[in-house]
Write a protein that binds this ligand. Structure first.
Ligand SMILES: *[C@@H]1O[C@H](CO)[C@@H](O)[C@H](O)[C@H]1NC(C)=O
Ligand SMILES: *[C@@H]1O[C@H](CO)[C@@H](O)[C@H](O)[C@H]1NC(C)=O
Ligand SMILES: *[C@@H]1O[C@H](CO)[C@@H](O)[C@H](O)[C@H]1NC(C)=O
Length: 333
């Protein structure tokens, strides 16, 4: 009988907890940023990411990876990791040399920056989709579509020329294909498993209210702060009863230093209408028990009063009892 309401709520509110059954990242990608200052000076930055969590850095001086988590190697052996580091090291050296050699042919003007992102993503049903995109000076340049180089419209004739050039290097294409379609999905599954204790953890948010700078005369800016939660998906809304307030403004979900997240959600209201509004927070870690904070109902003052009065009262009663017992003891021999 006790199970029935639970089952019913799972059926009636499928968007509730079930949605959060599989939390955590679903993709791995590496990022390359190559800065070319002049014809002789260039610098590479590399990093590896699970969604928006960085798990690898790259030391360009030694040409080795930096493992930012104890589980960053996933289930790959040390030999395979060393092999991959060697491959990336040679690639980055070759990439810089090739770009510098062909800079004038491609009419590149120093300084410029090249960015690349490549990786794979887990989709429902266990399939993985791989991707690779390159940008020049922050504009899309090319991507890999259907296993071949596709110039981006923003890349112009330069991107078309580059794709034509790269298609002549069959050896490179084979390595890239293997990395994207074989190595990446295998690594992704392994690393998601190796790091699951951290990646699938649930950390409850704390929430508090404050007022922001007045948006105008007679208006209040109600601010709801939600901090320290993990994973990232969260739902925060200003409410009047069960009514969502459409003027609710969400900030960006910002990272805390400890890997948890922070969100600020505001509402601009006429001063007279603030009473009765509440900030409601829904997060997978709360197990359906939303946090609800009411504006102007100063729970903090109530709590302080309670915290002072209750112990004082207890103390008083104890003292009275002690006094009474002592008095009766003295008076009734
Ligand atoms: C190239 O750029 C680097 C870094 O900005 C600078 O230190 C160096 O002097 C430059 N070299 C030339 C030949 O301009
Ligand atoms: C992908 O490439 C294959 C062979 O090169 C071709 O037969 C197929 O039509 C392409 N698919 C798309 C969506 O372009
Ligand atoms: C790592 O885990 C993946 C997925 O479970 C598996 O396919 C692979 O064989 C494992 N080992 C290595 C060395 O990749």
């Amino acid at each position: 009988m006790l199970l029935l309401p639970l089952l019913l709520s799972a059926v009636l509110f499928p968007g509730g907890d079930n949605e959060h059954a599989f939390q955590g990242p679903t993709s791995f990608h590496v990022i390359q940023i190559s800065s070319f200052a002049n014809s002789t000076w260039a610098q590479n930055q590399g990093s590896g990411w699970l969604d928006d969590l960085q798990i690898h850095g790259w030391d360009s001086d030694s040409g080795t990876a930096i493992f930012l988590k104890p589980w960053s190697k996933g289930n790959f052996s040390d030999e395979e990791v060393t092999e991959l580091e060697e491959l990336f090291r040679l690639y980055l050296i070759g990439f810089v040399r090739e770009v510098q050699d062909r800079a004038s042919e491609f009419q590149m003007e120093y300084p410029f920056e090249i960015q690349g992102i490549a990786g794979c993503e887990l989709h429902s049903g266990g399939t993985t989709v791989s991707f690779l995109r390159g940008a020049l000076g922050g504009l899309d340049f090319l991507s890999i579509k259907n296993e071949s180089c596709a110039p981006a419209p923003e890349g112009g004739s330069r991107a078309q020329k580059f794709c034509t050039l790269i298609s002549q290097y069959q050896g490179i294409a084979d390595i890239v294909r293997k990395l994207l379609l074989e190595t990446c999905p295998r690594y992704l599954l392994g690393v998601l498993d190796a790091g699951k204790a951290e990646l699938q953890r649930q950390v409850k948010p704390e929430a508090w209210l404050s007022s922001g700078p007045a948006p105008g005369p007679g208006h209040l800016l109600l601010v709801c702060h939600v901090s320290g939660f993990y994973p990232k998906p969260v739902w925060v809304m200003w409410m009047r009863g069960e009514q969502e307030q459409p003027g609710t403004q969400q900030g960006d979900v910002l990272p805390n230093a400890d890997g948890t997240w922070y969100l600020r959600v505001t509402l601009d209201v006429a001063a007279g209408e603030a009473a009765g509004l509440a900030c409601r927070v829904r997060h997978s870690s709360l197990g359906g028990q939303d946090i609800i904070l009411y504006w102007g109902r100063s729970t903090s003052i109530g709590l302080i009063v309670l915290a002072i009065i209750v112990p004082s009262l207890i103390l008083l009663i104890c003292f009275a009892l002690w006094f009474w017992r002592r008095w009766s003891y003295l008076n009734i021999p």
